[in-house]
Ligand binder design. Structure first.
Ligand code: ZN
Length: 177
């Protein structure tokens, strides 16, 4: 059974948002196509309290982004919501990073309940939440396929995208176009 995890395709991570991933909205069309072919689709959302420790005013690395219930935290409107079977919110606690959609969430149980054994991963951003979600899926024992063309990276340091792909391949993740 195949499942698709759509990672954090939210307004704040797309152009015009609070923490835009370069070219971030380019992932939407390929994700909509993947979602047509894969029977179970889960979308994750970065879903922070206003005082999340990853924010700069709390000493973290990022501008304020994806504060729960705000418009910036909503899934991008061009994502085909009718194809999404479940939504999982991560990063809900002030002290937890929440880069991975599996961290302190029901994501693994949702996938197991559907009998998923092969997980496809796409979304934003390749070098943070997509990478950590795919690595956690491997640690949980799923077969994992990362769809490179349906991700974009932040690249705080040049080459972060290529290093992320190396880490993923080393962990046994299949990297597809
Ligand atoms: Zn975040």
């Amino acid at each position: 059974m195949e499942g698709l995890i759509v990672v954090d395709v939210q307004n704040d991570f797309c152009p015009g948002g609070a923490l835009p991933v370069p070219d971030g909205d380019a992932v939407i069309e390929p994700i909509n196509r993947l979602a047509e072919m894969i029977p179970f689709v889960v979308a994750t959302r970065d879903w922070h309290p206003p005082d999340h420790h990853s924010f700069r005013d709390q000493g973290g690395p990022w501008p304020v982004h994806c504060v729960r219930e705000t418009s910036g935290a909503q899934l991008h409107p061009k994502l085909h919501s009718s194809q999404i079977d479940a939504i999982v919110d991560a990063g809900r606690e002030p002290e937890h990073e929440g880069y991975s959609g599996f961290e302190h969430t029901e994501l693994e149980r949702l996938l197991r309940d559907q009998g998923v054994d092969r997980v496809h991963v796409a979304g934003l951003a390749l070098d943070y939440c997509v990478k950590e979600t795919a690595l956690d899926a491997r640690r949980a024992g799923f077969e994992v396929v990362l769809h490179r063309g349906a991700t974009r990276a932040i690249n705080v340091e040049p080459g972060d995208d290529e290093r992320a792909l190396e880490d993923l391949r080393a962990a046994g993740v299949e990297v597809a176009d």
